[in-house]
Design a protein around this ligand. Structure first.
Ligand code: PEP
Ligand code: MN
Length: 445
């Protein structure tokens, strides 16, 4: 069945590339429509069930990865380091929250970016803005910046190979909890970081030793479920990977387990929300500081009118200085409406600024403060601070300032590799996990 007829063709889609050759786009779409699914709809349902548990307060969501994946960045080392970082974070969060952690990569499909400006000007030359490897190339030449739909085929292939590696790493022994713990011990023993982390790691170590001495050796220590996610942005790509699930007869976007609609494309009468409404995957919607209570109610009415648990996740990205003021009215509105949603904190996108050297950056302390504010709001209102959404990499980049390594504005040039927004590096990500683990532990008291 051609799933295109499911979607309303008359709606405006924001943030789409100006493809120069419409015919070429059509042939790419025709080709993609013949490709096998990247994920199985049943896996999307499993994730939905796990999100339902988190929404009920019985699990914690950890989503992380690049702002923008790149084709050259999809190497074995880079994928492994990101998986390793997320697994290390998850182990700490799980231990101190006593909750299962749902592990989700911004990965295997996060290749397209919304931009504030359609164009970029350098030294008097104006070219189309970089919209992610799905659309054009970062290099500042006319040829590289011209949108090329053939890149969508490469998005599929790179996503497939990334996901294959993710499945191998998470099922094939690499994710063994004892190994993950030994990595964490290495980090926590580093004198540049708080001594508290070492105490916390030792506590986890003692728990593992206790279980070992009691003969506990469950299969669940040896492998983990890991889900893929990205922003559903380029609708030609997402629609051509939407398929009818043979079990249920329902359409699913089989390009990822979970997709979200960004702050710039969530117009209620726009094509992205129509897309999200029609697919049966679990869906996220980003909420910035201008979001009104009326809007969140309208989003719920559109995307989850039957209040299916696990279907809808709100990812707030207010900024550290605004979260304590802007989030409560939205949470209160949801409480009153009786709807079930998972609340996730994105402490990255409201805290970006330009360093004096021109690099886009974020302060580790702002990221931490936004998460702290998120926990405070949920504590006050009696709701579950359900998870975090982080731009991170497993490599030792210098893109965000602060943290135990005390990266300064001057240090940013040392190793700034992001194709888009600044990411927490490996150790900043682990520090954040230890600090959020403390918040989770204290939240329960
Ligand atoms: C992003 O997640 O990279 C992004 C662009 O976020 P937002 O839609 O919240 O600005
Ligand atoms: Mn980003």
């Amino acid at each position: 069945m051609n799933t295109n007829s499911i979607f309303n063709p008359n709606l405006v889609a924001a943030q789409q590339p100006s493809w120069p050759d419409k015919q070429a786009v059509q042939s790419v779409v025709a080709e993609l429509s013949t490709y096998p699914p990247l994920v199985f709809a049943g896996e999307c349902d499993n994730l939905k069930n796990r999100i339902a548990e988190a929404a009920a307060g019985n699990a914690f969501w950890l989503q992380g990865g690049d702002c923008a994946e790149t084709f050259v960045g999809a190497t074995a080392d880079s994928v492994r380091n990101r998986i390793k970082t997320i697994l290390q974070m998850a182990a700490v969060l799980q231990y101190f929250s006593s909750l299962p952690v749902i592990k989700v990569g911004r990965m295997a499909g996060q290749f397209a970016k919304p931009r504030s400006n359609d164009n970029e000007t350098r030294n008097g030359v104006t070219l189309p803005a970089y919209r992610g490897d799905a659309v054009n190339d970062l290099e500042f030449t006319k040829e590289a910046r011209t949108p090329n739909p053939n890149r969508l085929l490469k998005v599929y292939n790179t996503s497939a190979s990334t996901l294959n590696l993710v499945r191998a790493f998470t099922q094939g022994g690499f994710a063994d909890l004892r190994q993950v713990h030994s990595w964490n011990k290495g980090f926590a023993a580093d004198a540049r970081f708080s001594a508290r982390y070492e105490e916390m790691a030792n506590e986890i170590g003692r728990a593992l030793q206790f279980m070992h001495s009691a003969g506990v050796d469950p299969e669940s220590f040896k492998s983990v479920d890991f889900y893929s996610s990205h922003e559903a942005l380029i609708l030609e790509y997402e629609k051509s990977l939407t398929r009818i699930d043979s079990r249920t007869g329902n359409p699913y976007d089989v390009s990822a387990h979970f997709v979200w609609i960004g702050e710039r494309t969530r117009q209620l009468d726009g094509a992205h929300m129509d897309f999200a409404e029609k697919i049966h995957n679990p869906i996220g919607v980003k909420l910035g500081p201008k979001t009104t209570p009326e809007e969140v109610l309208a989003i719920i009415k559109k995307l989850n009118p039957k209040n299916e648990p696990g279907r809808l996740t709100f990812i707030s990205r207010m900024g550290a200085s605004l979260i304590r003021e802007k989030l409560p009215p939205l949470v209160e509105t949801i409480i009153k409406s009786g709807s079930t949603v998972l609340w996730v904190c994105d402490p990255m996108h409201g805290n970006t600024y330009e360093a004096p050297s021109g690099y886009k950056t974020r302060k580790f302390d702002d990221v931490l403060d936004e998460v702290r504010g998120f926990f405070e709001v949920h504590k006050k209102l009696g709701t579950h601070p359900g998870g975090i959404h982080i731009e991170l990499t497993g490599d030792d980049v210098t893109e965000c300032v602060g943290g135990g390594e005390q990266i300064s504005h001057e240090d940013l040039a040392t190793r700034y590799e992001s194709a888009c927004d600044p990411r927490l590096n490996h150790t900043q990500s682990l520090e954040l996990a230890f600090l959020v683990a403390e918040m989770l532990r204290d939240h329960k008291k």
